[in-house]
Design a protein around this ligand. Sequence first.
Ligand SMILES: Cc1cc2nc3c(=O)[nH]c(=O)nc-3n(C[C@H](O)[C@H](O)[C@H](O)COP(=O)(O)O)c2cc1C
Length: 381
Amino acid sequence: MIAQGYLTISCPVATSAMSGITDASFVKRFEDAGLVTIGGYSIDEPTIEASRRMSERGRREFLIDEPFEHIEQELEQLSGRTVAVNVRASSLTPLMELAPIIAEHRGVLEIDAHCRQPEMMEVGAGQALLHQPHRLVEWVRRLKETGVVLSLKMRTNITNEVALARALEGAGLDMLHLDCMGAQRRGEYAPTDHRPLRAVRNATSLLIIGNNGVRDYESAKKMFSKGADMVSVARPLVENPEVVGALSRTLKKMEAAYGWYNMPSHICAGGDLRGLAFCCAPVKNCPLQSVLKQIGLSPAEFMRLKESLVAGTPLEQGEGTCFGSLAYCCKPTRACPYRDAALARAGISLKQYAQYKRKLAQDIVHVLKRRSARQRVSKHR
Ligand SMILES: Cc1cc2nc3c(=O)[nH]c(=O)nc-3n(C[C@H](O)[C@H](O)[C@H](O)COP(=O)(O)O)c2cc1C
């Protein structure tokens, strides 16, 4: 269960917006999704006109003259569901008008900073917003005054995602819906790039929805293990609609087995900073060393941090394991007879072990974020 403002999201799988397709009657069928997205809707004259021009050259678009009434009716049709409304706007005014309507329905207002169609960008909407970070920050700050739960949808590899995410988090943004599209060279297919997702995870506490190429549990796991709180799917809703139910069932099994559906990868396998909970003691030349350098922690400080955080918990024990403490043991999904023997001696199950590691990961991240916030403040003095 994920809680965000007035929302409770029962399953970390969302449907993502596809304009011209994802309206209330379409998304209704995805009963297993914890969050369904409708839209994208164009909500002011310039964006409605842009949609019209886009549809004239063959793009599927929702062409709606009275978007506010329409969105309200759609929300009523989806009553009982958690709904995000993806919208394009060329100025703050229509968003300010829409936000209370969405808040009243306990929905999510999702700003579309994703659409890269020239007509939309020409009127300053969609992806054009990413190049005006100060404007976006101001929009977020004002919109949050209405009490609405606010999401921003954007592609990666367009701007400095970390700087933008930090600024938007500071302005009050709740959720970042990241289409992890790889950097694209002209005409080339760009594979999913999880690195920006990991970087944003490491830099902020935003609720992150990882999107792009999620087709099955393996592709969803890549998002979760780099720090996504949720994943979303768009094109498979048409091509393979069963994917939502299948993902939801597998995630429920993971949650039942470990109580941690979005367990990070090991640091040496590219995990986000939560993965430090699974690292060995830093005694060899491995990716941990460079991550410690990046975050400005010496190997000795890292060991002191981990050992202080597990003091008095079952993770402190670990006779017979590689480093004599479960603090340095690996993921519960990886087989290790030494760790399992130590767990048996400590009298805790693999699921309890996962829970202690989850707490350790949260505590490590908390300490590191506090440290880096202090460092940023003193740098700017
Ligand atoms: C036909 C179509 C229309 C889309 N319309 C929107 C939109 O209106 N707003 C938006 O934020 N993203 C839109 N997207 C992007 C998707 O939500 C999603 O980010 C992208 O397709 C990658 O996810 P996927 O690999 O699961 O399809 C659209 C995608 C498609 C294919």
